[in-house]
Design a protein around this ligand. Structure first.
Ligand SMILES: C[S@@+](CC[C@H](N)C(=O)[O-])C[C@H]1O[C@@H](n2cnc3c(N)ncnc32)[C@H](O)[C@@H]1O
Length: 462
């Protein structure tokens, strides 16, 4: 199957050399191969990206001189070949043949001998990678440095958890069924799962599978969502009848959860800057049979979306480094740059300030990230509190009966680090606006001019 190796290596190249995310380039790569090969190509791409630093060091140690940038496809093909050898159960002769044949499909016959010799050397155990920290832990050096500094006692388990694929966890709509009843239905369908340890809504499947095999998925009784993400809306504590803003909503996992917990009886506005991603919110809500007002807008520009009426609760699930979900998105290790974190921190601060002005006195704002970097989390909140009078941190109560948490509770919110076989890495901080802190939230007095209300604006997704 040289075509499968070609599709895989071209996708790896796009992530490595062009900083494309897997979400952007993998679907097109899978379209290039017959349906029967798609599972293999996806696994090969994920494994190669997950072990990129180690495979790259191995390949470079064998090359007399690095390949030119324009031959990034051949370099990626070598990584894909080495990955099969180390991490997949393809027989050696089959993987060498197919990988070498792929050089023809790539129209680079000159690379045939090179790829063949290198893979055969690896099979004979004659390749050893230099023992760099990057290759050993399969993370870029700048990220290792940040993890070490932030989590001196936990960085190794954090990095190991990042290398272990996350489990498939589901969120149940408890308005429609109890977790015990649904587990019985799951068993009847020949599948197995365990209740999540902390989220009262979650079930972790023993084995991941296609969503259409999961009972109740198509009619919205069940959604795919990690346990950590489930806790954001749990701690937002949305109530029926409230006006709620989900400020960075797409693809809508948490918008759906807000509506489920309020029985569809909250007035929810879901914003996102990306029209393409907002369309996913629409699809998800349709599956759940729930409704929100969707608006494509930059949340930090309230004149694009705010009518000046304050919200009872705001979920601010901000764009972030994604360093808590590397196990699900290993491409983050290749596409993020150290400078990105500072840019994100500045945007998050702006989003916090603007969302705060749109919050009612006495209202609750839940700030969340899927990051494990303190700049985006506790330090971000520390700075917010220092510049914002009238903001208090509220404790995050764990559900009854929970004795062991994933959290590293601090005075400035709660940090979860990714757990092998458990939840993703996440950060939460619940902020409450003093009830007498009204003046800055009234229309026209916030210093930010609200836009005139446009009753038709809500449903349009350009
Ligand atoms: C962490 S994701 C949100 C996940 C979502 N809450 C969920 O549970 O499905 C962050 C989202 O913020 C959006 N975003 C990025 N910059 C934004 C901005 N300036 N204003 C509003 N949304 C933004 C991104 O398009 C992305 O969909």
């Amino acid at each position: 199957m040289p075509a499968a190796r070609v599709a895989a290596c071209l996708c790896v190249r796009l992530v490595w050399q062009e900083q494309q995310s897997l979400a952007e380039c993998l679907p097109a790569a899978l379209d290039q191969v017959p349906a029967r090969d798609r599972g293999f190509v996806q696994a090969l791409v994920y494994q190669t990206i997950r072990h990129f630093q180690e495979l790259d060091a191995l390949a470079r140690s064998a090359l007399n001189k690095p390949l030119k940038r324009k031959d990034g496809d051949i370099h990626s093909l070598i990584l894909v070949g080495l990955c099969q050898l180390r991490y997949m159960d393809t027989p050696d002769h089959a993987l060498v043949n197919a990988t070498v044949e792929a050089t023809q499909v790539l129209n680079k016959p000159w690379a045939r001998g090179l790829v063949n010799a290198l893979l055969r050397k690896a099979i004979r155990g004659q390749l050893t990678a230099p023992a760099t920290e990057e290759a050993r832990w399969n993370h870029p050096a700048w990220l290792l440095k940040q993890f070490r500094a932030a989590w001196p006692d936990h960085w190794q388990s954090l990095v190991e958890a990042n290398q272990t694929p996350g489990p498939m966890t589901l969120r149940l709509n408890l308005q429609q069924q109890t977790r015990a009843d649904w587990l019985t239905t799951l068993e009847a369908a020949g599948l197995a799962g365990q209740p999540t340890r902390i989220s009262p809504y979650g079930v972790t499947l023993t084995e991941a599978g296609p969503v259409d095999t999961i009972p109740g998925f198509s009619d919205g009784q069940v959604s795919v969502q990690d346990e950590a993400a489930q806790m954001a809306v749990h701690w937002l504590e949305p109530q029926p009848g409230e006006r709620i803003l989900d400020a960075c909503a797409a693809p809508g996992g948490k918008t759906g959860h807000i509506l489920e917990l309020t029985g569809g009886r909250a007035e929810v506005t879901a914003l996102d800057i990306s029209g393409r991603r907002l369309a996913r919110v629409e699809e998800n809500l349709q599956r759940l049979g729930l409704q929100a007002t969707l608006k494509k807008a930059a949340a930090e520009q309230p004149d694009q979306w705010w009518d000046g009426q304050p919200f009872d609760r705001i979920l601010l699930d901000v764009p972030c480094s994604g360093t808590g979900v590397i196990r699900r998105h290993p491409d983050i290790k290749l596409i993020r740059r150290p400078d990105d974190v500072a840019t994100l921190v500045a945007l998050q601060a702006r989003l916090l300030d603007v969302a705060w002005t749109a919050l009612k006195p006495g209202g609750t704002l839940l700030y969340a990230t899927c990051s494990v970097l303190p700049e985006e989390n506790s330090a971000q909140i520390e700075q917010f509190l220092a510049r914002t009078p009238g903001a208090d941190i509220e404790p995050l109560p764990y559900p009854d009966g929970v004795t062991e948490t994933h959290g590293l509770p601090g005075p400035l919110g709660e940090q979860w680090l990714p757990q092998k076989d458990g939840a993703d890495g996440f950060y939460y901080c619940r902020l409450r606006k003093h009830p007498d802190n009204g003046s800055s939230t009234q229309s026209g007095e916030s210093g930010i001019a609200p836009a005139p209300q446009d009753p038709g604006a809500g449903r349009n997704i350009p």
